[in-house]
Design a binder for this molecule. Structure first.
Ligand code: AQP
Length: 342
């Protein structure tokens, strides 16, 4: 049966890119699929996190998920470090994945920066942990933004290599088609699979961008959102009247794309309405839709943050349900690999 898995890092508060790129699909898929959604705290520490801030961010991300429409009764919602299968399977995958595969990962190159010698080993092995996140549940569908496409391909390669390397044991364990791990499919759909920085239309909107003006956080209030949109980089030309007019104008394309996604309209319709107008009037309309959507989610998340013990309880409950799924998978994995267990 299809099973959905996805996660986000508690490296700060979530932003509009996380929301439009992935979370909108998470919420939608709950209607038709069994879903498991994770706050990936083990991933977060691949770069330094202040412990008190990490603890706060785990709760904040959880609250934002719920405020955006994730139903913790229906879906499994938990934080990664409470389910040991993630780290255990990641180790096994460290021994399945090849150095050459990881050397090709562009996100590591971007995040490690120039001083690669100083990057953590965890940052390098990050994609193996991500493969473990998905495959510990033998999940089949992974709703993510565009930027995660390469990591998903690696997860498929790992699943395939594990199935091949251990074919004999997998068949002996009763999987006659030799498929123990399914090859997980990326679900990269929706109107905004790659939301760009408000300060630079060629860079993706990101939690780790040093400029807070580059992103709209899901915790921003109406004034902050309006200010960030007003300050968003644009060019001096009026809005184009069709999508071809975006050529060489990444900032214009990004702002119109965000507006279209938030208002649930095709980009062409937005351009029909605003084509030929100045950015000043368009930005007012954009601030309004953004405030409406983000403001509602932010306010609800803030309310939930008033009761951290309840958030911790939800995560504990989700973790217990997650462990119930991973335990039989890990028992099989250990048998297949040749470990002894009691
Ligand atoms: N700009 C974006 N547009 C569309 N989707 C995006 N995602 C992230 N940025 C955009 C999607 O959000 C999910 C969670 O991402 P993550 O928190 O695991 O880490 P990330 O992709 O590295 O996101 P950030 O914001 O850039 O975090 P930092 O700066 O901490 O690395 C994923 O599905 C991702 O595709």
């Amino acid at each position: 049966a299809p099973l959905v898995f996805s996660g986000m890092q508690p490296t700060g508060s979530l932003h509009l890119g996380n929301y439009l790129g992935a979370m909108v699909n998470w919420i939608e898929m709950q209607k038709t699929h069994s879903c498991i959604y994770c706050v990936v705290d083990l991933h977060a520490i691949t770069v330094w996190q202040e412990p008190a801030e990490l603890r706060h961010a785990i709760r904040q991300v959880t609250a934002t998920y719920i405020a955006a429409g994730l139903d913790p009764k229906k879906s499994i919602l938990f934080n990664q470090s409470q389910v040991s299968a993630h780290a255990e399977l990641a180790w096994i995958f460290n021994c399945v994945a090849r150095l050459g595969w990881l050397n090709r990962m562009t996100q590591f190159k971007e995040k490690a920066g120039k001083d690669r010698e100083q990057a953590s080993v965890g940052l390098y092995a990050y994609p193996n942990l991500m493969a473990a996140d998905i495959l510990a549940y033998r999940a089949t569908h992974v709703p993510v933004g565009e930027d995660q496409k390469q990591h998903l391909e690696l997860a498929r390669d790992i699943a395939q290599k594990f199935n091949n390397d251990f074919n004999k044991e997998i068949v002996a364990a009763g999987f006659e088609d030799g498929i123990f791990f399914p090859l997980p499919e990326p679900v990269i759909t929706g109107p905004a699979t790659r939301v760009m920085s408000l300060r630079d239309g060629t860079k993706k909107m990101s939690k780790s961008d040093p400029s807070d003006l580059s992103r709209i956080n899901m915790t921003d209030d109406a004034d902050t959102i309006a200010k960030k949109i007003q300050k968003a980089k644009t060019d001096p030309e009026p809005l184009p009247s069709d999508e071809e007019g975006f050529e060489g104008r990444p900032e214009a394309e990004n702002l119109v794309g965000i507006y279209a996604a938030l208002s649930g309209q095709p980009v062409a319709d937005v351009l029909k309405e605003y084509g030929g107008q100045q950015f000043s009037s368009f930005k007012k309309a954009l601030a309004e839709v953004a405030t409406e959507k983000v403001g509602r989610i932010g306010a609800e998340a803030a309310k939930l943050m008033g009761d951290p013990a309840e958030i911790d309880r939800i995560l504990a409950d989700g973790s217990a349900r997650a462990r119930a799924v991973t335990e039989p998978v890990m028992a099989k994995v250990k048998d297949i690999v040749g470990f002894i267990r009691s």
